[in-house]
Every structure is written in structure tokens, then in C-alpha cells.
Design a protein around this ligand. Sequence first.
Ligand SMILES: Nc1ncnc2c1ncn2[C@@H]1O[C@H](COP(=O)(O)OP(=O)(O)OP(=O)(O)O)[C@@H](O)[C@H]1O
Ligand SMILES: [Mg+2]
Length: 323
Amino acid sequence: MNAIEVEHLRRIYVTTIGVIRRSTKEIVAVDDISFQISQGELFGLLGPNGAGKTTTIKMLTTLLIPTSGTARVLGNDIVRDAKHIRPVIGFIFGGERGLYWRLSAIDNLRYFSSLYHVEPEVSKKRIPYLLELVGLKDRGNEKIEGYSRGMKQRLHIARALLHDPKVLFLDEPTLGLDPVGAREIRQTISDLQAEKKTILLTTHYMFEADALCQRVAVINHGLIVALDSPEGLKKQVKDLSVIELEVFGIPQRVLGQLRSISSVDAVSIENRDQKQLLQIHSPHGSEALSEIMTCLKGLRVGKVAVREPTLEDAYVRLVRDTK
Ligand SMILES: Nc1ncnc2c1ncn2[C@@H]1O[C@H](COP(=O)(O)OP(=O)(O)OP(=O)(O)O)[C@@H](O)[C@H]1O
Ligand SMILES: [Mg+2]
């Protein structure tokens, strides 16, 4: 049996707009998505802001009812059998809400244990185990108002694990964390997978999905536009070359010229201290380079490199092609 089975899931939000002349507006958050996740799999859901990831997770965690379509979690229908699903799943949604700041980590976990009907004898052993798992063993007695964001996020994970769920939904677990904090969370996620938990993860960090997930689905406008292993997705763009150039104060006009080169698919720019990193996608590899250099004539250019596509490059192309 698959841990999660999703068939033609769809969700429309109806909102009212306007103050005086009120009218309703329908937003198709999830259009039509189907996928399966096997037991023990770590599956990534990737997609731009507003693609429908959180809405999908809210339906699978029984917090939202689908407009149409069906889904099962460990064989239970998300609408009919919702009460059988809740005890076997855990979830965290990015953000800091949902913990009591005036209480210590241990007291928070005790409180949530009773809320989840975890037997006191069980939680007595489980709370220290979870604090150790998420690396908070030595800080468990402190009030969490003094916790860093990363520590709170790790406590959220511990909270979601109190009732030892088989399936975990992690919506942007590393959102807003510094690189060290994010790395610690990734380690915790790997440890959970080693414990054979089924995990559905969303993230905007492609290297994170690449490092953790066995398969990823890319969703855009509520539809799945690709579903494969990270390796498989990278293969889909193996014809693509990425040219990286260090530039200094490149004018907007030149960016426009670069984008209009016929063998250039996409141009992005990132600020790096005094300089900028220009990344240019081209299916014709270094062939485009001479035209690019012509555009950049007269500007200061630092290092130039042509590299293999990453998962992020594959993602950028998939999302762009399905706009
Ligand atoms: N409660 C709501 N009422 C109306 N529209 C909503 C509501 N929640 C989400 N939406 C809309 O549904 C669409 C999908 O939103 P969703 O939060 O699922 O996206 P997401 O993929 O999680 O995005 P992000 O990466 O920004 O978290 C968006 O257009 C969003 O504006
Ligand atoms: Mg979201």
C-alpha cells in the first residue's frame, strides 16, 4: 500500500472582493493533481509562491476539504475517514505560531502530549527522546521566548512527532533559518527518514530538495508539471548549459539585450557584495558565449564559467515553460 495516494485533487477558494459592491471571486488554488508516495519515501513538493503546495498539504492533513477529487493517507480517505488520519500524521507549517512562548520546551511538549492523548507514561519517555532527536536536550527547561528561530522550528518538529506519527508533512521547515540552523533541520529530517517515516516536504531551496528527496513533484498553477527523482529532473535539462559571469554594476539595458539573444533562454542576476553574479541559460552551451561577450563589451567582467545544470536550473526552466 502507498502511504499517500492523490487522485485528481482540486480546491477552489471563494473570496469576496470589494467593500461597497461586493462580489465573489473564485481562486483555483489546486487545479488537478495526482501522485503517490510510497511508505518510507521522502517526497518533495516544489513550486513558486501561490502554486498550491500548502493548500495540497492542508487537504492531506484534513484541515481543508477538497472541492473535488480524492486522496488517501495510509488507506484512509481524507474526507470520510478524517478521524482515522489525524492520529497517524504529524505536520508543521512554516512560521513561529503554535507554541506557548511563556512555557519551557518540556512544558510545551507535555501540554501538546495531553492534547494529543499521549499516555503520560509514554510521553515521559518520548519527550526526552524527541528533545535529543531535534538537538534541544540541554535547553529543554528554558522558556522558549528566549529560543532562536531555528530552535523554535526544531521544537515544532518535536511537537509534530509526539504521537509518533507514521506520516509527516513539513511545509517549508527551513524557512527563515540561517545556514547552520537549516542544516541541522535537514539532518533531523534525514534522521526521521532513517526511522522509516513517510515525509512530504515543501521547500523553496532546490539544493535542499536535491539533497533530501527521493522524488519531487514540481507544481505550478495547481498542476503537476514534472514528477521525477532529482537526478531525473536534471537529466531533462541536460542539453542546457549555464554560463556564470561575475559582473560589476551591469545596466538594465544590457540585461535586456542579453535576454533578446536568440540562443539565450533565461537570464538571472544575484547581488554578491560589490559584484553581481549573472546566470545565463542557453541550450547551445558555449556557442552563446561570444554573443554574450559582445553585449558586455566595455563592462568589467570577472570570472566566467560554464557549468552543468543543477536541480534549481531544471526547476527554473520547468516553471518558466508552464507559466
Ligand atoms: N484562505 C484562502 N483564501 C483565498 N485564497 C487562498 C487562500 N489560501 C490560499 N489561497 C490562494 O490559493 C493559491 C495557492 O496558495 P498556497 O498557499 O497553496 O500556495 P503555496 O504553493 O503554498 O505558496 P507559497 O510558496 O507562497 O507558500 C494562491 O493563489 C493563494 O492566494
Ligand atoms: Mg505555502
